[in-house]
Design a protein around this ligand. Structure first.
Ligand SMILES: Cc1cc2nc3c(=O)[nH]c(=O)nc-3n(C[C@H](O)[C@H](O)[C@H](O)COP(=O)(O)O)c2cc1C
Length: 401
């Protein structure tokens, strides 16, 4: 379906380029392509990233789907070149290499925690580079580029999506600051994307300590979406629930091992009276006169957005490539050996938080396209206006009863 928002990505970590194809943007959407590169820079930053991030300096080339700064309503294609390609041209050549070529980068000792062993079994590869090249989180750059475009669609409806790191290596940021705008400025200026400066300093120390020991660390980030209308997603089918879609999209980021909405797993420990958000009324807001003093539901009830901010929290495991590698075995002779080691991040939680933001943006933009449809931005805005009118009439009828 032409107006179903969707995207595919392709590209190996050390291949020539990453490619993304995004379908379903409404015609007429103004798109500032320079904002794609600034989002890519946000993903590449962060304390604890490897040297590759300095080489990359990602920038996207959009080759279709936009004309004179506006979406055409046709597939948008973009590519992100690998700046390190000259060093990998032979290794990653699409055509068979010259007969005298001997690979220097074969991977034969799988890394615990990475896709190497399971992927070798699945695809039948003897050289596990054939697995890790796509399992690598390099592909998340393409998702971030797509998110940068979809963000501009959400902005047309005053919907904002932000993220921050709340835990690295068990060092937790103080809670309760999120409604303070300065908190978000501090997050954007922080190399660990943490708005609690005291915790941020201890996070950096934990990353340094792990690096010294040849180890790695994980953590948690939160994504907030503000300004959403009630009614995105559906109770009708499990696949349509907004919470299941957000969970799948964020869990699909490499190394993410848990995704929570709102209170998340803490709901299991509390009675209902301390979990569910009371409903109060503010008659001065005719468009949406409902007030929730708490947001433990994280903006979703019954798989549908309820008008409150959406809160998604995800936990990332430590990076599997260790410079002090764990025990493993060489394939195919099964000789015990330390796992393969290559240039790698010590901590990528700040980057994962930017990727998480992009995936949440994509799911919300997709849900907005479903609800408000249309082929052009104008169609979509007309449907948006009429939806709010309908809601308002619903409450007014209630007053008359
Ligand atoms: C932004 C980001 C950067 C990452 N950087 C690395 C890295 O440098 N080295 C590494 O071994 N894993 C890295 N990972 C994690 C691996 O991609 C991931 O653990 C691996 O693909 C196996 O998937 P799984 O952890 O979901 O099982 C990174 C993940 C993300 C989200």
């Amino acid at each position: 379906m032409a107006n179903r928002l969707n995207f595919y990505t392709a590209g190996e970590s050390h291949g020539r380029q990453l490619t993304a194809v995004l379908t379903g943007l409404p015609a007429g959407l103004p798109v500032d392509v320079s904002r794609v590169d600034s989002e890519l820079a946000r993903r590449q930053g962060g304390y604890g990233r490897g040297r590759r991030m300095q080489i990359e300096g990602d920038c996207a080339l959009i080759t279709s789907g936009i004309r004179h700064g506006r979406a055409l309503g046709t597939p948008l294609a973009l590519s992100i070149e690998n700046r390190d390609w000259p060093n990998w041209e032979q290794e990653m050549s699409v055509t068979p290499p010259a007969p005298e070529f001997v690979s220097q980068r074969t991977v034969s000792v799988p890394r615990p925690g990475h896709a190497d062993l399971a992927g070798a079994a699945k695809f039948g590869h003897r050289d596990m580079r054939n697995v890790l090249e796509r399992a690598s989180a390099r592909q998340t750059a393409a998702s971030v580029a797509v998110g940068a475009i979809c963000r501009q669609l959400l902005e047309q409806f005053d919907i904002e999506v932000v993220s921050c790191v709340v835990n690295i290596a068990g060092i937790r940021a103080a809670g309760g600051l999120r409604s303070d705008e300065q908190f978000w400025t501090r997050v954007e200026n922080s190399d660990v994307r943490c708005g609690d400066e005291e915790a941020a300093q201890r996070m950096r120390e934990a990353i340094d300590e792990a690096a010294r020991k040849g180890d790695t660390v994980g953590g948690e980030f939160e994504v907030y979406a503000r300004g959403l209308p009630p009614g995105l997603g559906s109770t009708a089918m499990w696949q349509e629930r907004l919470d299941s879609r957000l969970a799948a999209a964020v869990m699909g980021i490499p190394a993410i091992k848990s995704v929570e909405i709102g209170l998340g797993k803490a709901v299991a420990d509390r009675p209902g009276s301390q979990v569910h958000d009371p409903i109060a009324v503010d008659r001065s807001n005719r468009r949406w006169p409902f007030v929730r003093p708490t947001n433990n539901a994280g903006g979703i009830e019954g798989g549908i957005s309820n008008g409150e901010p959406i809160v998604v929290r995800a936990a990332m495991k430590p990076i599997p490539t260790l410079t002090q590698p764990l025990p493993s075995v060489k394939l195919p002779d099964l000789e015990p050996q330390p796992a393969h080691a290559e240039r790698s991040d010590v901590c990528a939680v700040p980057a994962a938080s930017v990727v998480g933001e992009a995936m949440v943006i994509f799911v919300l933009a997709q849900a907005m396209r479903e609800k408000f449809g249309g082929d052009s931005l104008e169609d979509m805005k007309a449907a948006w206006t009429s939806y709010w009118q309908r809601l308002q009439e619903l409450w007014q009828q209630g007053e008359e009863v």
